[in-house]
Write a protein that binds this ligand. Structure first.
Ligand code: ADP
Ligand code: MG
Length: 695
């Protein structure tokens, strides 16, 4: 559909890369891997470095180690013998130089460098046995072809693609970039000193100095802005569309909420009350709620979710709570059943594990409305699941679900209000690129009585210290998590590592050591988790399956093996498994030295801070937006030109501009509106264009 509507001026850019000269199906596959399937993807692949070929010395003055471009006469071919390389002797008026080739066919070299011909050669100069040489020159050109050898952009590569091929392909893509009508505000262009889009693109691909590679250059900023503007405009258009859809007022009488709150073993924190007030206001309003509830692990999101569900149930409707794993669902069910007992409502669990007759019975209770709260995994959005009247859907740990899944769940009801919860704080900037100004509530303070978690970093070779610390902890009745990383290519290898760690610890600590991993069957996993929560198992060796949400308040120590292999957000998540009760907790980060700079910074931040929001910001700073949370599955779009760690303020500008544009010209009918439509297509926001009435 998008293809049919795409403006013709963009057709050359949306041709497959194989439409470019010299790129056949084989190279096409490699480019697809490196940059993407279309010509336009090449444009977004900006250089990361440059090679300066403007140093043009005579042979006798050519400095070793420098890239030089030298004009030479070819004298003689000296084919290699044994492991001696093939050499070609050349000279200029000041001296001799050998071009050296390993494993290269002679006939090819004879064509490239015919004896008696003049060639311009460019490559790194070496001095070897008192001779000047260049091994495998980057360029061997006839003099008339050599004028363009000035500064070359250097691009990121993938195996099988040489620098030359990538350079050529990108140059060919740039040749195809059409002039496009200006979509940016003229005042902004003047203020920033920006050129038009095509010129900015050309300059970004033609750095003349290191400074030109910086994200703060006007041309890179312009491109970043364009990408962010397309992003913000698309989001604003989708939101405007959703706002036009009918919503539903969900304002109950508060009866269920009152009885449950009265029966709680604790009082809601001010942060929880504040979040609830925001949620209830959304639910009671006639539009559809799309709200994010962010709160660190242990901040008490579950009870907030429960209260919101009760508000829906008071109106006679149903609510669903979706979580990414079976363990987590069971845990939610247990918590909710305990907390909601006072309200006497129907709660069911639906995961992949309920089968046959039992499953049928659950489905019937959901369809009849007898089940007022449905807790479940991905199983919830299967076709066979039909609600009588679903009005509120809550998604826990939303980064594990994609946008489509969110939509699929919403489609199970008429005008479903949606609350997404995450324990991985998402930096404000990233949120904006995913949702625009999404309504968000925060649980910044933790329930009272929580103790800080003492975090230490220890090199792996000092394992005996760790064992001694665990002995002490056990003598005081502690429960301990021991996390083994999931990092190897194959799950089997990781599993083997976890199993051998389990065996080693069991040899020391005996039968109180348990093992839980992702390959285990649900029932088995639950059995081990239950033994850990209730007794029997005191030391739980686990792969990262415990990452999400599991609540064992008695656990006070977590050991994370190979902590350097985890991302910051993940370490923070894992650490949040402890410090849930009122006893002091600790976290031991075991690492294998030597640490790289980033790993060092990550571990330092973990020692310094327990504030998830600060950790998320640092995470963004350390790795750049693209990778935070494994954004590919998160519904957060990948940005290719903008770097949120650097271009933050452009995001705000783009957001404001998008708003203003839609205010003045909601259907993008004006001249600038038409240019903006092209921008949307250029950045493949075709879906958004469809929301225009005159799309
Ligand atoms: P999250 O899902 O945000 O990680 P949970 O909802 O699992 O956190 O809550 C963590 C623990 O804190 C649970 O044991 C819960 O019963 C408890 N809790 C929640 N709210 C409060 C509160 N206001 N005061 C004391 N404890 C609370
Ligand atoms: Mg939770």
């Amino acid at each position: 559909m998008g293809e049919r509507l795409r403006p013709e001026v963009l057709f050359p850019l949306f041709a497959p890369v194989t439409a470019l000269p010299g790129i056949g199906p084989r190279l096409g596959k490699l480019f697809e891997k490196l940059t993407g399937p279309a010509v336009v993807d090449l444009l977004w692949h900006l250089p990361t470095a440059l090679v300066d070929r403007r140093y043009r010395p005579k042979v006798h003055e050519a400095e070793a180690g420098r890239i030089a471009t030298i004009r030479l006469r070819v004298d003689q071919h000296l084919p290699g013998r044994g492991n001696r390389p093939y050499r070609v002797r050349c000279h200029d008026e000041t001296g001799f130089l050998h071009l050296v080739f390993f494993h290269v066919k002679g006939d090819y070299l004879e064509r490239l460098l015919p004896v008696g011909a003049t060639r311009v050669v460019s490559g790194r100069v070496e001095h070897f046995n008192n001779e000047v040489q260049i091994a495998h020159p980057d360029h061997v050109l006839a003099p008339e072809e050599a004028e363009h050898l000035t500064v070359e952009p250097v691009y990121g590569l993938t195996a099988g693609l040489s620098p030359r091929i990538v350079q050529k392909a990108i140059a060919a893509a740039l040749d195809r970039a059409p002039g496009l009508p200006e979509w940016a505000d003229p005042a902004l262009l003047r203020r920033e000193g920006w050129t038009g889009w095509r010129e900015a693109l050309r300059r970004a691909h033609a750095p003349e100095s290191e400074a030109d590679l910086a994200p703060a250059t006007p041309f890179r900023r312009r491109l970043a802005y364009d990408e962010l503007l397309a992003n913000q405009l698309a989001i604003a258009m989708v939101r405007a569309h959703t706002r036009r859809l009918p919503g539903r007022r969900l304002a109950g009488d508060g009866s269920l909420r009152r009885s449950v709150e009265a029966a709680l073993p604790f009082r809601l924190t001010p942060a929880q009350n504040q979040a609830l007030a925001e949620i209830f206001a959304d639910m009671a309003a006639p539009h559809r709620m799309l709200r994010l509830l962010q709160g660190d692990v242990g901040s008490g999101k579950t009870v907030v979710a429960l209260m919101a569900m009760l508000a829906a149930i008071e109106c006679g409707a149903q609510a669903a709570l979706m979580a990414p794993t079976e363990i987590l669902c069971r845990q939610h069910l247990a918590t909710i059943e305990a907390l909601a007992a006072a309200a006497g409502i129907g709660i069911v669990l639906l995961t992949g594990r309920e089968k046959g007759r039992a499953r049928q019975a659950i489905l019937e209770r959901i369809a009849s409305g007898e089940a007022q709260i449905v807790v479940g995994t991905h199983a919830l959005f299967q076709d066979e699941v039909a609600f009588r009247d679903l009005a509120l859907a809550i998604i826990d740990e939303q980064h594990r679900f994609g946008v489509e899944q969110r939509v699929a769940l919403a489609a199970k009801g008429g005008a479903v209000d949606m609350l997404v919860m995450t324990a991985t704080p998402i930096p404000r900037t990233l949120l904006m690129t995913a949702y625009g100004d999404l309504d968000a509530s925060f649980l910044r303070e933790k329930p009272a009585g929580r103790r800080p978690i003492a975090t230490r970093t220890i090199p792996l070779e000092r394992l005996d210290e760790v064992v001694a610390a665990l002995r002490r902890a056990f003598s005081q009745g502690a429960k301990v998590y021991w996390i083994c990383p999931l990092v190897a290519e194959s799950e089997a290898v990781d599993l083997a590592a976890a199993e051998s760690r389990h065996a080693a610890l069991a040899a020391i600590f005996g039968a109180r050591v348990g093992l839980v991993h992702g390959r285990m069957k649900g029932a088995e996993k639950d059995r081990v988790m239950a033994a850990f929560a209730e007794g029997g198992v005191d030391l739980l060796v686990a792969t990262t399956v415990v990452e999400v949400g599991v609540d064992v308040p008695a656990a006070t120590v977590i050991v994370i093996e190979h902590a350097e292999r985890f991302g910051l957000a993940q370490l923070h998540q894992l650490r949040g498994r402890v410090g849930r009760g009122d006893r002091p907790s600790s976290c031991l980060l075991l690492y294998a030295p030597p640490l790289g700079e980033t790993a060092k910074a990550r571990l330092r931040i973990m020692r310094e801070s327990e504030d998830g929001f600060r950790i998320a910001e640092e995470d963004l700073r350390l790795r750049g937006g693209g990778e935070v949370l494994g954004t590919r599955q998160s519904g957060i779009p990948e940005l290719r030109l903008a770097d949120l760690a650097v271009h933050q303020e452009l995001l705000a500008t783009a957001r404001d501009d998008a708003r203003l544009v839609l205010l003045r010209d909601p259907e993008l009918q004006s001249e600038r509106g038409a240019a903006l439509r092209i921008l949307l297509y250029l950045f493949q926001r075709d879906a958004a264009v469809r929301y225009l009435r005159s799309g």
